[in-house]
Design a protein around this ligand. Structure first.
Ligand code: ZN
Ligand code: ZN
Length: 101
């Protein structure tokens, strides 16, 4: 898991998408509501995938690692969607590295 340790700007998704320039190291958006009273986010169950730590977007094709069972975006692991459709066994870069090491 990654955490944010410095100051960042969190926008609502609407504001975020309306911005012309977004600095990925400072600008974040929230699909969630943060409850300041009890420090809770709703919805509070969120599973993120891939090395980009994004929640699943059903519009995007993803590939599952045979070793760690994590899901990855083809673009994040330098694959085309075509390659993903053809591949039968696949290991994510991290698992592939640890096998070689
Ligand atoms: Zn990704
Ligand atoms: Zn893996």
């Amino acid at each position: 898991m990654e955490s944010i340790e410095s100051i960042c700007k969190v926008h609502t998704l609407k504001v975020y998408q309306a911005r012309e320039t977004v600095d990925p190291s400072y600008d974040f958006f929230a699909r969630f509501t943060y409850h300041t009273k009890d420090h809770r986010l709703t919805p509070d169950q969120i599973r993120v995938f891939c090395m980009c730590n994004m929640p699943v977007n059903p519009d995007h094709l993803m590939i599952c690692c045979d070793t760690c069972r994590e899901w990855f975006h083809p673009g994040c692991v330098s694959m085309s969607e075509d390659m993903v459709r053809r591949v039968t066994a696949w290991n994510c870069p991290e698992c592939a590295n640890s096998v070689r090491a």
